[in-house]
Design a protein around this ligand. Structure first.
Ligand code: ADP
Ligand code: MG
Length: 320
C-alpha cells in the first residue's frame, strides 16, 4: 500500500464517547453511545482518513472492580492488568460490532479489529512511590483499612465528607512503548480500522529475562494515545472530549477558547498552568509531545465537532 496517501489519524476518545456521566453503564447505554461515536468515525472514513481509535475505560474498569469485590466468595477476583485487558475487549467489541453494521449498510467491506495492547512502563517511574490515580469503588474507612492490611492496597481519602470517602489509588506511570506496535502497523497497511491501547493500554514492566509482567497501575489514555500515534507514524492526533476547545483562564471571566496555536504557544500556556491536572493537562501535554515528535498536528475538540476540526474549521489545533 505504498501509494496510500490518505492521512492516518489516531483518535483518543473521552469517557463520554462510551458512557455518559448520568448513566449506570448498561450494555444498551454503552452501545447507544458507541453508535453516536461511530457516526462520526464513519464520516471521517468517508472523507478519506485512516483511523486508529483509542479510548478511556475508567467507568468500565470501575464496574468490573466492583464485580470482583462482590463476587470474590464465588469466583477468584482478577487483578487490575487483567481487568484492563477485559475492558479493551468489551469496548473494542462494541466498536467492531457497530462499525461493521454501518459499513455493511453502505456496501463497504472494511476490516475492523481490536488489538489488546500492552504498554511498557518504567517500574522506577516516580508515580510508583506515591500513587495518585483512584480506581474502583468508594469504601468506608474501616473497609479501606482492611483492604490495606489484607491486600496491600494503597488507599486514600478522596472526598472530605460522606459515608464512603476512601478509594484505592494506583500509580499512573508514563507510557514508553506500545508492545503490539508492529501488529498495529501491519493492520494499518492492510487498510483496517483498528481499536488499540484502550484504557491507556495494559501497563507492563520488562523483567531481567526479557519477559513482561502486568502491573497494578493505570496509564493515562491521552498520554498512551500519543505514544501510539508516534509509533505508527500517524499524521494527526485527535483528542475528543466533552469541550469544543481547550481554554486559557478556564472558568474565569477572561476565559478564552484556543483555536489554531503553535506548539510553542501551547507549551507556554501549559507551563502557566491553564490546563487542569487529570483532565485537560494530560491532553495538552500529549498533544504537544506528538507535534514535537514530528506529527503534523494535534487537535483537541468535542466529539460532535470532530469532523469539522479535522478539516481545520474548529477546535484547538496545535501545530509546529
Ligand atoms: P475525558 O473523559 O475526555 O478524558 P476529562 O474530564 O478528563 O475528559 O477532560 C475534559 C475536561 O477538562 C473538560 O470537561 C473540562 O472541564 C476540563 N478542563 C480543564 N482545564 C481546561 C481548560 N483549560 N480548557 C478546557 N477544559 C478544561
Ligand atoms: Mg480524562
Amino acid at each position: 500500500m505504498k501509494n496510500d496517501k490518505r492521512k492516518l489519524v489516531v483518535i483518543a476518545l473521552g469517557g463520554n464517547a462510551i458512557k455518559q456521566a448520568n448513566e449506570k453503564g448498561t450494555a444498551e447505554e454503552q452501545f447507544k453511545n458507541v453508535a453516536i461515536t461511530c457516526d462520526q468515525l464513519v464520516k471521517m472514513n468517508a472523507l478519506g482518513y485512516k483511523l486508529i481509535i483509542t479510548h478511556g475505560n475508567g467507568p468500565q474498569a470501575g464496574n468490573l472492580l466492583i464485580q470482583q469485590e462482590e463476587g470474590k466468595q464465588l469466583v477468584p477476583p482478577q487483578p487490575l492488568d487483567v481487568i484492563g485487558a477485559m475492558t479493551q475487549g468489551q469496548i473494542g467489541y462494541m466498536f467492531q460490532n457497530i462499525l461493521r453494521d454501518y459499513f455493511i449498510n453502505k456496501g463497504k467491506d472494511i476490516p475492523i479489529t481490536t488489538v489488546v495492547t500492552q504498554v511498557l512502563v518504567d517500574e522506577n517511574d516516580p508515580d510508583f512511590d506515591d500513587p495518585s490515580k483512584p480506581v474502583g469503588p468508594f469504601y468506608t474507612k474501616e473497609v479501606a483499612m482492611e483492604l490495606k492490611d489484607t491486600k496491600g492496597y494503597v488507599v486514600k481519602q478522596v472526598k472530605p465528607k460522606g459515608e464512603k470517602t476512601w478509594r484505592r489509588v494506583v500509580p499512573s506511570p508514563e507510557p514508553h512503548t506500545i508492545v503490539e506496535a508492529d501488529c498495529i502497523k501491519a493492520l494499518v497497511a492492510a487498510r483496517a480500522i483498528i481499536i488499540a491501547s484502550g484504557g491507556g493500554g495494559v501497563p507492563v514492566k520488562k523483567n531481567p529475562d526479557g519477559t513482561f509482567s502486568g502491573l497494578e497501575a493505570v496509564i493515562d489514555k491521552d498520554k498512551a494515545g500519543n505514544i501510539l500515534a508516534q509509533s505508527v507514524d500517524a499524521d494527526i492526533f485527535l483528542i475528543l472530549t466533552d469541550v469544543r476547545n481547550a481554554c486559557i483562564n478556564y472558568g474565569k471571566p477572561d476565559e478564552k477558547a484556543l483555536g489554531e496555536i503553535t506548539v510553542a504557544e501551547a507549551e507556554k500556556y501549559y507551563d502557566e498552568g491553564h490546563f487542569l491536572a487529570g483532565s485537560m493537562g494530560p491532553k495538552m501535554q500529549a498533544a504537544i509531545r506528538f507535534v514535537k515528535a514530528g506529527g503534523d498536528k494535534s487537535i483537541i475538540t468535542s466529539l460532535d465537532h470532530a469532523v469539522d476540526a479535522l478539516e481545520g474549521k474548529t477546535g484547538t489545533i496545535i501545530r509546529k
